[in-house]
Unconditional design. Structure first.
Length: 351
């Protein structure tokens, strides 16, 4: 058994924690008069101890919260003995900053409040990063094409980022004479802003491929060549592109790393294997393209890994159901708690 720590040792340890804590600490008496602050308080606020001791924490108020905010904070503090939340405060130089604040009432043996201790961390930079992620996510969503309306085709899309921004993206566009629809689905490895930038770069390359008269395989090879500069040695992307020709009634596809899609036509039902090297790994790769004939009522489902990996073994058979029910099933999977990746899909039915 170790020796018990006596009161002096407790006080010594507490003083060490107080002095060296990376969080700001402020202690007031029961009347909310500041009696002590630690060095981290000074680093965050700019106020030295002698400038705030004897005053109230109102010296830090930014004016961004209304009086009702502080009324509710103090009411909960008195009722429950503690309060925590985000607060906008002001440094000595006038800069406003966001902090995560926890206030605890310290009571004596009779249950009377004798001190209040406030511990806070500057989270301004974290909030700025979060806002930048939200703005990036909004830009990504704005890049998605508008819903497609056409008498020859039903198209439903799914787009569900796992964390704010997505490594997935899709697009589609008619040729000028509206006899062909070109589309693509992208799935970049990873998460975060860097992945979102890579996805946006690939989107530009695929949109350039809209205007090309070359075959799908040649267009995919060109995209891979141009995309080499977007990726490091540890990153890459999967993609699949397709072209629906309403003159020849054929769907042509070429794949780069998306190994399967679902098709339900008069000739095939269920999983279709689509092989091809990932984008951004090796230059000079040659891709294959394949063709499927289609007729009225035929359906095609192109999925990224976030959705495909969740498919039950029975799904290929379940996909024989109505187009609407299949899309709804995929949407439920994409937005379920079990989905642990970006999840996107392009779902097509020929009318």
């Amino acid at each position: 058994m170790g020796e018990a720590i006596d009161v002096k040792d407790h006080l010594y340890l507490a003083s060490i924690v107080f002095e060296h804590s990376s969080d700001g600490i402020l202690i007031t008496d029961a009347s909310a008069i500041i009696i002590s602050v630690n060095p981290a308080f000074t680093r965050v606020t700019g106020y030295r101890s002698q400038e705030v001791v004897g005053k109230t924490p109102r010296i830090l108020r930014s004016g961004k919260q209304p009086p009702a905010f502080y009324y509710h904070m103090w009411r909960l503090l008195k009722e429950k003995g503690s309060w925590q939340g985000e607060v906008w405060n002001r440094r000595k130089n006038g800069d406003v900053y966001l902090e995560w604040l926890r206030i605890t009432a310290i009571k004596d043996r009779m249950g009377r409040v004798v001190y209040y201790m406030a511990v806070f961390a500057d989270i301004t930079e974290r909030e700025q990063l979060r806002n930048e992620l939200l703005q990036t996510a909004k830009i990504q969503r704005d890049l998605l094409p508008a819903p497609l309306e056409d008498d020859r085709l039903r198209l439903k899309s799914i787009y569900r980022p796992y964390r704010y921004v997505s490594g997935d993206l899709y697009g589609y566009k008619w040729t000028r004479d509206k006899t062909k629809l070109f589309g693509f689905l992208i799935d970049v490895m990873g998460h975060g802003v860097a992945t979102a930038l890579q996805t946006s770069g690939l989107r530009i390359l695929f949109r350039q491929a809209f205007e090309s008269s070359r075959s799908l395989a040649e267009r995919l090879a060109y995209i891979n060549h141009e995309a080499m500069c977007l990726f490091t040695d540890e990153s890459f992307a999967a993609a699949i592109c397709f072209e629906i020709d309403f003159t020849t009634h054929t769907l042509t596809y070429a794949s780069a790393g998306i190994t399967y899609f679902l098709a339900y036509t008069g000739q095939v039902e269920g999983l279709i294997k689509a092989s091809g090297m990932f984008l951004g790994i090796m230059d000079g790769v040659q891709y294959e393209q394949h063709e499927l004939a289609f007729g009225s009522g035929d359906r095609f489902f192109f999925l990224t890994d976030g959705l495909f990996d969740m498919l039950p073994l029975s799904f290929a058979g379940e996909g024989k159901g109505s187009f609407r029910s299949t899309v709804e099933m995929l949407e439920r999977m994409a937005y379920s708690k079990e989905c642990s990746d970006d999840a996107s899909a392009i779902c097509l039915q020929i009318r």
